[in-house]
Ligand binder design. Structure first.
Ligand SMILES: Cc1cc2nc3c(=O)[nH]c(=O)nc-3n(C[C@H](O)[C@H](O)[C@H](O)COP(=O)(O)OP(=O)(O)OC[C@H]3O[C@@H](n4cnc5c(N)ncnc54)[C@H](O)[C@@H]3O)c2cc1C
Length: 479
């Protein structure tokens, strides 16, 4: 790969790693490249991110800086609108091009369009396993159903003429440092003010992310197919926060799952094969929702099935009070409350609990799925517009490949099935610690209900009827 004589800024955004990074590989083909990160006040405001989420980004940005320093470079942090600060910094170091990883978050697309009017911006795709132009249906349209999408994706990856996973190592010797240029708008990462999380964050940085992935492959993958639905078991990889900031790349995960499946086949290890296949299926869901939003950016605001936007959701003071009880984990449904408290206390929630809490907000409380999506986005370390939106639409029954609208989770049955001993509930709802086993999923049935824990804010059977009527009204209007 020949050297490129232009001077370049390597603009890190959600790819905070040095290894296996196509953006950095492209940037370091230049004669000289300056690694930069932009703290953009508009983007922070737009995302309304809780402090834990901002601290997670901050911690991973600092870990990246530490890694860059090991090769004699350093991350320069620019404060301001990227369209203002990037051209100024580029001019100061004599760079005439900015290389960045493509980001399909609609807010990021708008930002990049503004930046591109001011600098020569070169975007490199590295967020997804395959580009949307490649994975298309037989009649050349983007997929809207998961299973055929997954089959097409796997076929594409198996048949691709060029190895879709191949990356060259970035030429780190070409990375420059700009720490001698410090001013209020230009700071070395170690001098920038740090954001502290109100709780313990996972270990940050690409080495920690790689450790996490390795540990899961070694001790979690073989049992994943059965354990993945159990929030009382530490049975999933917990890599989502790393994927969000790019401390870990998606291609590395897919490749690891594929290699594990091959090993399992060779050894005739049926459990490992099932686990690897199930896990790769989840990575394919991530890919699917990214493709859906890339092909239909409107879904960031409206239901994929627009007819459901005629739905009359609950509003006003009562709905606000219900929403607050939900966010605080005080609905009186222990499994829902455990999930929401885990979210606010740690910035992560188990997938089964995400399903049940989201369904409860939309179906039991009759609150617009977009409101729930915003609450999740505020707290989740892995908050990602494509994944969060795709999953909320799925749960609400308004999306591409959605669950049928009349499937309404019963929060008590879900709890009994997926947290049979109530260990997850007791871990997050201490008021229920002393409730006997048989009653922990439905404490209102206990003799002498626990003090300090609310009774259910809605009755399940009545809420179910209201939800069916609400959805039914929209369906009837269409016929
Ligand atoms: C209402 C709702 C909102 C969600 N919001 C987000 C979000 O903002 N960001 C996010 O990354 N995930 C989101 N998810 C998906 C899923 O819950 C998390 O990805 C998963 O719990 C992360 O934990 P893990 O890394 O241990 O997952 P594992 O079970 O180990 O799965 C590995 C990876 O596969 C992908 N994955 C797993 N499940 C899904 C799924 N249902 N959809 C898409 N990708 C998936 C993730 O990248 C995950 O890290 C949401 C799910 C629901 C139901």
């Amino acid at each position: 790969m020949g050297m490129d004589l232009r001077r370049t800024l390597a603009w890190f955004r959600r790819d905070l790693r040095v290894g296996d990074n196509r953006m950095l590989e492209a940037a370091t083909r230049a004669e000289r490249a300056w690694p930069v990160f932009v703290v953009d006040p508009d983007l922070i405001a737009e995302h309304d991110a809780a402090v834990g989420r901002r601290a997670w980004f901050d911690a991973n940005m600092r870990a990246l800086d530490t890694t860059l320093r090991e090769s004699g470079s350093a991350l320069t942090v620019l404060h301001g609108r990227p369209e203002d600060v990037l051209p100024t910094f580029a001019a100061a170091v004599g760079a005439d091009r900015v290389v960045a990883g493509a980001d399909e978050d609609p807010a990021a697309i708008a930002r990049d369009a503004r930046v591109a009017t001011r600098v020569d911006l070169h975007l490199v795709h590295d967020q997804r396993i395959a580009s949307p132009e490649i994975v298309r249906s037989a009649d050349d349209r983007p997929y809207t159903v998961f299973s055929p999408f997954r089959r097409a994706l796997e076929r594409h990856l198996a048949e691709a003429a060029d190895d879709p996973f191949a990356t060259a190592d970035p030429d780190l010797a070409r990375l420059a440092r700009a720490s001698d240029m410090s001013s209020a708008d230009t700071l070395p990462a170690d001098a920038a003010e740090s954001t502290r999380a109100p709780f313990d964050l996972p270990p940050s940085g690409e080495a920690a992310a790689a450790d996490r992935l390795r540990a899961f492959l070694r001790s979690g993958l073989a049992a994943y197919a059965g354990d993945r639905d159990r929030p009382d078991v530490d049975g999933t990889s917990r890599i989502s926060p790393y994927l969000r900031v790019g401390a870990l790349g998606i291609r590395a995960c897919w490749r690891a799952a594929t290699n594990a499946a091959e090993r399992a086949r060779e050894r005739g290890d049926a459990a490992l094969l099932r686990g690897a296949d199930a896990w790769r299926g989840e990575l394919a869901w991530r890919e699917f929702f990214a493709h859906v939003m890339a092909a239909n950016p409107r879904v960031a605001r409206e239901s994929f099935r627009t007819e459901f936007d005629a739905m009359s959701w609950e509003g006003g003071r009562d709905a606000d009070a219900m929403l607050e009880a939900w966010e605080q984990g005080r609905t009186g449904y222990p499994f829902v409350d455990a999930g929401m408290r885990q979210l606010v206390a740690t910035g992560w929630m188990h997938n089964r609990a995400r399903l049940v809490t989201a369904s409860f907000l939309v179906k039991h409380l009759g609150i617009d799925w977009r409101t729930g999506e915003r609450v999740f986005a505020k707290h989740l370390l892995d908050a990602d517009v494509q994944q969060n939106n795709g999953n909320w639409q799925w749960v609400a029954g308004v999306g591409t490949d959605a669950a049928p609208y009349f499937r309404i989770f019963n929060p008590s049955l879900q709890a009994k099935r997926f947290d049979p001993d109530g260990a997850y509930i007791r871990a997050w709802v201490p008021e229920l610690a002393a409730v006997p086993d048989g009653r922990v999923h439905e404490p209102w049935k206990a003799e002498g209900p626990p003090s300090g824990y609310p009774s259910p804010i809605v009755d399940h059977a009545a809420a179910r009827e209201r939800a069916l009527a609400r959805y039914g009204a929209v369906r009837r209007e269409r016929v």
